[in-house]
Design a protein around this ligand. Structure first.
Ligand code: PMP
Length: 327
């Protein structure tokens, strides 16, 4: 329960379609993939909606890879990227490995980010790239639409909106803003709501002008024929794969209630994980949970842990183990 994966693997309803797509792809395994990934980009554009065309989609092996392509292209020595912590640690890591200077500003005590705080940080640091999370990892906090609006008007740099968990939110993707804000880049993934973490498909959504230069940094044929074929089949069955979302959200509510009634403070989460205050030394609690076979994530701030919503029986095991180790 430490990786924010879906607890639901592909099952009988769509597994046959995924297997047939993989088998068909293997019959052309001697050939390199379509370097344009045109079928996948078109299918992703249809899935995204909001008038997004295939030339506005850049797929890769997970959203971390496409974010790396973005920072290789637009970051680098002499450039800066700003994020608001606590937040997804790979944003900093991807910035750092591309030689981009990382600047971190703070969220408020409820892990929110006000328009004023975001504007002040941008005014102070004048970053080339600003990272926002539609639903923040590790806290689950939704992004205030007014904050996004302020950031989009605040500076000349790129604004990366990480929508990794967007399918879990009632608000939905902000891809409709792309036609008005050419500096906006949205990152999405099939790792979470689609339950495809092991397949590795993520994608950027942005104007063709922003995306075309990424072809220079991406290695040739970076996404395999097999990955693209299975992703296409999954997009064909998106409704069935995404039907697990309400089940996960109901379990999130149940876990949240149980944590609150045991006296824990739980951050508001619109995602498939919860961030809660153990009221104790979180690394000791995480270690004791691990001793009982339950893995959670200890990312700080001190005292807080992140737990992914699992199957109902896994969630029961977690709740019981937590009660035992924090007793
Ligand atoms: N963004 C956020 C906010 C995430 O939490 C994650 C996964 N933990 C990712 C991006 C990367 O996901 P992937 O590379 O599997 O698409």
């Amino acid at each position: 329960m430490n990786n924010n994966e879906s607890p639901c693997p592909p099952d009988g309803r769509h597994l046959d379609a995924l297997c047939s797509a993989a088998a068909k792809a293997l019959t052309t395994a001697n050939r390199y993939p379509d370097s344009d990934l045109s079928a996948l980009r078109s299918a992703l554009a249809r899935y995204i909606g909001h008038g997004v065309g295939a030339d506005m989609v850049w797929p890769g092996n997970g959203s971390n890879e496409v974010l790396l392509h973005l920072l290789q292209t637009y970051g680098g020595p002499g450039r800066t990227a700003l994020g608001f912590g606590p937040t997804y640690s790979m944003h900093e890591q991807i910035a750092t490995v591309t030689g981009t200077r990382w600047i971190q500003a703070d969220r408020d005590s409820h892990f929110g980010l006000s328009p004023e705080a975001a504007a002040a940080a941008i005014e102070r640091d004048r970053p080339d790239i600003v990272f926002l999370c539609a639903l923040n990892n590790p806290t689950g906090t939704p992004l205030d639409p007014a904050t996004l609006d302020t950031v989009l008007h605040a500076g000349p740099g790129l604004v990366v909106l990480d929508e990794a968990y967007i399918e879990f939110s009632a608000v939905g993707s902000r891809a409709g803003l792309l036609s008005r804000y050419p500096q906006l880049v949205i990152s999405r993934t099939m790792s979470k709501a689609f339950g495809f973490a092991g397949i590795r498909v993520g994608f950027l959504v942005a104007s063709a002008d922003v995306l075309t230069p990424l072809r220079i940094v991406a290695l040739p044929y970076h996404l395999s024929t097999l990955t693209a074929a299975v992703a296409l089949a999954a997009l064909d069955h998106a409704d069935e794969l995404l039907a697990n979302i309400p089940v996960i959200l109901a379990e999130r509510g149940r876990m949240r209630d149980a944590l609150v009634s045991s006296g824990h403070t739980v951050a508001r989460s619109d995602a498939n994980f919860l961030f809660f205050d153990t009221g104790a030394d979180s690394s000791a609690v995480a270690a004791r949970l691990a001793g009982r076979g339950v893995l959670v994530r200890d990312l700080g701030p001190g005292g807080w842990l992140r737990v992914t919503v699992g199957h109902p029986d896994e969630n029961d095991v977690f709740l019981k183990a937590l009660a035992d180790v924090t007793r």
